[in-house]
Structures are given as C-alpha cells and as structure tokens.
Design a protein around this ligand. Structure first.
Ligand code: BES
Ligand code: ZN
Ligand code: ZN
Length: 470
C-alpha cells in the first residue's frame, strides 16, 4: 500500500459520515448532502463502521459510518475496516477523506490504515499481491505527520515480524546483528557482551538462563544521546528470551508453542528505540537487551541451585521457568552501574499471571515513580496500548524472601505478576525511577482485533514512543 497526501479525480472516494434515519451528521459538508439523499433513497444507514456504496453522476463513493462521538480509536478501527474493504475488492486507487481537519484525526485515521496493512507471510509460498495507492485528501502541512506515522508503523511491523519469526532464526546472535545493523546505520555506540564476557563480568543470572543452549546468551547495549546538554538518561530494558521451554521445569504442551515470542520485550524496546532515534527525539536513551534461550540440556541451570547475581544478591532458583526476571535483574544492575540512567523502563513477557489478572491485551504496569506511571498511563490512553497499574506491597516482597539465599525467583502462584515485579525491584537502585511493563498478554494475540493482527502485535512500541516523545 502506498499513501500520499493529495487528490485525484475520477477514482473511488472514501467518505466518512454518520447518518441514521433520525439525525444526520455530516462530516464532509461539501459532498455529503447528495450522499445522504442517496442513502435515504436506498434506505441505507451509515452507522458505526458499516460500509455502503453510493453512485452519483458516474462517481462512486464508499461511505464509511463513523460513530457520532468518535474517539481516536474509533477512527483507527473504522479506517482499518475501509482498508480491508478496498483490499477485498482489489481496488487499485482511492481518494480518502477525513471527518475533520484536526491533526489528531488525520493521525488516527492514517494509523488505522497503516498499522492494519500487515500480514506475516514470509513463510507462505503463494503471497497475495496487492497494489493499492491511497490519496489522502488533507492539508499538505500534514506531510510531516505522515512521515512520523510511516516511521513508527514500520517499526511496529518490524517488532511484529521479529516476534513472529522462528526461534531458530531469531536467536540471541540475531538480536545482536539486528542491533548492530541499526547502530551502524545511525552511528550509535554499541556494546555487546558475548557468553565469555557475560561470565567474566559475573552476570551470573543471565548466564545461568542461557548456558544450556547451543545459541549462547548476549547482553546488548546501544546508546543514543538525543539531548547531550541534559543529564537525564532513560534506559529501556527488554526481556529477550528467544525461546522459553521452561528449562528443566519444562512447560507442558499447550503452553510451550507460543514461546518463540518470549523475546517480545526486547523486540518492543528495540523498535521503540529505533522509533525515537529515527524521529530524532531529544532524549538520552540507552537500550538494553538481555538475550538468551531457555532450553533443556545437560548444561542447563537447575532448580534448587543458588546463583549470585551481578549486584551481589543471591537467588535460589525455585523454578527455571521464571527465567525472565533473572536475565532482567542482571541487565538492570549492569546498566545502572555502567551507564547511570536516572530512569528505567523494562518490558517483558514476564508472567502468565498477567493474562489471568488483566486479560489478553492490557499491559500490567508496576514501579516506584508516580509521575512516570501517570505519564505512561496517559500514553496508553493516547495510543490505545493501554496499561493498568498493579501495586507492590511488603506482603508481596515477603513472598520472594529466601531462606538459604537472599531471594527466590518464585513467589508462588498467587499475585504472580506482582511478585515477579517485586523480584525486579530488588535490582533497582534507590534513586532510580523505574517502571516495569508486563506485556505477556499484550504482545501476542490469539485472534485479530481490527488493525492488531493475530500473533505478534507490536503492542508497546507506540506506547513507549509516545511516552518518550512527550
Ligand atoms: N515467558 C513466560 C511467561 C508467559 C506466559 C508469557 C504466557 C506469555 C504467555 C515466563 O517465563 C514464565 O514461564 N513464567 C511463569 C512463571 C512461574 C514459573 C512463576 C508463568 O507465568 O507461569
Ligand atoms: Zn519461563
Ligand atoms: Zn519467559
């Protein structure tokens, strides 16, 4: 699909409007008087997300119904519905109108089109060909915004692609090479700790998780100084488990099949970082990817063993399937020591309990800074990548206290999302502002929801970008 701002005559025209038999609301006054008359004649209604075709003087209109009091999310969905219709009818070009001239309206409608234009078809031998050009009938001044939408959408789709990719392709080394490519192209500093360096630096938790695999672990760090005058620095830390078998506490059938997506946190943070860099956001950002494959072999780490983490905290491994918090704990400690960020956001497909608590699409948010949490919550509402806060209280902290070690990597079944965050909190230094995002449900979808496809969703990328931007 190609989007350009401009107009063309004698092609199908998309008209948004709301019309029911009692009350007309005309979004586009120029055209819609005639269209409404036609709809009336034909006994059609243009209500939420329904489509009608209307012909007037040899000209064809596709009328998309838009709710009277539409939200930005209604627009994303409605314009996604339009895109599907155009594709279904194999239409090659169309002129697209918008409900009003507001910037946020344009943003949301075009997001719906662009985010919805996705299919993971790399492994499908007969790919559907399409050749669609949309002329966006809007102010030329929105070309800058269009560029931003295209950049962010590209990165959302990159995120979906790498989450959907096979685990034997998307290894820790592959995450390294993707990061290196991006760093090189944008002249950014990159540091990668390979398995030897991980041992040497005593990142023992990361090593424990990754040491069982023929695909060895990596700690990947990329720096972007978008605001050299400022002392502010935010670390984006992502869980990059390229496959999670559960380790010797092996996951059962029915739970293991989706686990190539367990690098979703890394994918999300890499894609958000790429968006911030490409849009030249004025922030200092350090990207950290803790990458490992959690598999079963004679070299794997085992339950019951105690490891001493990078920051000196000893951890009893109660369950090798609670591996995400281990790699993140070391990654968080390391970035604080070496890069001194004053803020950290981590994203991770950390707990199945997150799905139990919040359902399949919400992101759980926990952390120690009210302002950051408030801002991230607002970004969630803006982007419809919604977050919901869970607390961490002392009774949760108690659940991970160790008996023969400082802490345990398991707090029991109850409040699993919270005890996992309480574990991460142990690795956050006192004055550092920190927010943890559990995207276990949000990153992978069992069924398509309008412009969010089945499989890797890319959720979190627009959220983090929106937060960084404001
Ligand atoms: N990667 C999983 C969490 C997960 C589950 C992500 C379902 C997406 C969908 C994580 O490593 C894990 O296995 N967590 C365990 C923790 C338990 C052993 C404390 C879980 O949630 O069951
Ligand atoms: Zn696990
Ligand atoms: Zn995992």
């Amino acid at each position: 699909m190609k989007l350009t701002i401009g107009s063309k005559s004698n092609i199908l025209e998309v008209i948004p409007l709301y019309y029911d038999k009692k009350k007309n609301i005309l979004f586009d006054k120029k055209n819609s008087e005639d269209i409404i008359r036609k709809l009336k004649e034909e006994n059609f209604e243009a209500q939420d997300k329904n489509i009608n075709y209307v012909n007037i003087d040899k000209k064809k209109y596709l009328v998309i119904g838009i709710k009277k009091d539409f939200s930005n999310e209604d627009l994303r969905k409605a314009y996604y519905v339009v895109l599907c219709e155009l594709k279904k009818r194999k239409i090659k070009e169309a002129k697209v109108n918008f409900p009003n001239n507001k910037e946020e309206t344009f943003y949301s409608c075009v997001e719906g089109l662009e985010l919805g234009d996705y299919k993971f078809d790399k492994y499908v031998s007969k790919k559907e060909k399409e050749n669609l050009t949309l002329y966006l009938n809007s102010d030329k001044k929105y070309s800058k915004i269009l560029k931003e939408i295209l950049t962010i959408s590209k990165n959302v789709k990159f995120c979906r692609n790498i989450v959907n990719e096979n685990s034997y392709v998307m290894t820790p080394k592959k995450l390294e090479s993707l990061s290196r490519e991006f760093a090189k192209k944008n002249k950014l500093n990159i540091k990668v700790l390979d398995e030897k360096a991980i041992v040497k630096e005593k990142l023992n938790l990361l090593y424990a998780v990754g040491c069982g695999s023929i695909n060895p672990p990596r700690l990947i760090i990329v720096e972007y100084n978008g605001d050299p005058k400022s002392k502010d620095k935010i670390a984006l830390v992502g869980k990059g488990i390229t496959f999670d078998t559960g380790g010797v506490n092996l996951k059962p059938t029915g739970y293991i099949e989706e686990m190539r997506m367990d690098m979703g946190g890394a994918a999300c943070m890499l894609s958000s970082f790429m968006s911030a860099v490409e849009m030249k956001i004025k922030k200092n950002i350090v990207l950290v990817i803790a990458a490992a494959e959690n598999v079963v072999s004679s070299k794997s780490f085992k339950s019951g063993d105690i490891y001493v983490s990078y920051n000196g905290t000893s951890v009893e491994i109660m369950n090798t399937d609670a591996e995400g918090r281990l790699v993140l704990g070391d990654a968080i400690s390391y970035v604080q020591k070496k890069y001194k960020p004053n803020k950290i956001i981590d994203a991770a497909t950390l707990t199945g309990a997150c799905l139990v608590a919040l359902g399949p699409s919400l992101i759980a948010m926990l952390g120690n800074d009210e302002k950051m949490k408030k801002d991230i919550f607002e970004s969630g509402e803006n982007t419809f990548e919604r977050v919901w806060e869970l607390p961490i209280y002392d009774e949760h902290r108690d659940l991970i206290k160790g008996e023969i070690s400082d802490i345990k990597n398991l707090g029991g079944r109850d409040g699993g999302t919270i005890t996992a965050a309480a574990f991460l909190e142990k690795f956050v230094e006192d004055k550092v502002k920190w927010v943890h995002l559990d995207i276990a449900g949000a990153m992978m979808s069992k069924k398509p929801e309008f412009y969010v496809p089945k499989g890797g969703t890319g959720r979190g990328v627009r959220l983090i970008y929106d937060y960084l931007k404001r």
